[in-house]
Design a protein around this ligand. Structure first.
Ligand SMILES: *Cc1c(COP(=O)(O)O)cnc(C)c1O
Length: 229
């Protein structure tokens, strides 16, 4: 039977192979373990295997997990990677270390206002809609730089970079084009802001392609914790 420890090691191995194939250093790519829908016991298993970065998608679930685990595991870094309604920003501002899905100024302003003074600034990524599908969340590429400027002006937020979810079921040519455009946008943002060091892209099924296009943080769920119901 494969364990979480085995599957974490395999994910790290895939990352390091993908990095080497692109002439990158393996430690340029962080592994965010996406634990949504999975119980605390599996997060603890991954923690005991050395994992420290965890990602959650749903506000109430994230809050409950953070409240129950943070006393015993204070060095877990919690990342929120799901869609966020503006009436839930306070929970994320007060409980999380990172927020990957900022897609409008209103959310940024609320997170900034609600970030407790006792905590370091919240690390944020702008979610970019790289597939041009109307239904997808995230800002269009043309609007990224103005939102970046607005976020950069807020003292309780630190602009760290971009996050994207490539469209599913597209052919590899389209996926490659989307990721290449994302990488170019990321590089122009990083050239303007010294705080920008994170390109959050790549999941269980496409981490190799994402690492080949400059990903610095892959978000891996099912390959570590198994399929979700
Ligand atoms: C669920 C989820 C992941 C992880 O997906 P897997 O295919 O299970 O690796 C990554 N990013 C986001 C935004 C997600 O919602």
């Amino acid at each position: 039977m494969t364990t979480i420890t085995d599957r974490l090691a395999l994910a790290q191995y895939r990352i390091s192979q993908a990095a080497k194939n692109s002439l990158r250093e393996p430690d340029e790519v962080k592994l965010l373990a996406v634990s949504k829908t999975k119980p605390n016991s599996q997060i603890i298993d991954a923690y005991k295997a050395g994992q420290r970065l965890f990602g959650e998608n749903y506000v109430q679930e994230a809050e409950a997990k953070i409240l129950s685990l943070s006393a015993d595991y204070p060095d877990i870094e919690w990342h929120f990677i799901g869609p966020l309604q503006s009436n839930k920003t306070k929970i994320i501002a007060s409980r999380c270390d990172w927020m990957h899905t900022v897609d409008r100024q209103k959310i940024a302003l609320r997170l900034n206002e609600q970030r407790p003074d006792t905590l370091q600034p919240l690390n944020v990524c702008i979610q970019v809609n790289i597939s041009q599908e109307a239904s997808k969340s995230g800002v269009n590429a043309v609007d990224v730089l103005s939102l970046a400027q607005q976020i950069d002006a807020l003292p309780n937020l630190t602009l760290r970079g971009l996050m994207a979810i490539p469209s599913a079921h597209v052919d590899s040519h389209t996926a490659t084009e989307e990721l290449a455009a994302l990488q170019q946008l990321y590089q122009s943002l990083a050239a303007q802001y010294s705080s920008v060091d994170t390109l959050s892209v790549g999941m269980s099924n496409d981490l190799e392609l994402a690492v080949a296009h400059g990903s610095t943080m892959v978000r891996i769920g099912s390959a570590i914790f198994g399929a979700r119901d």
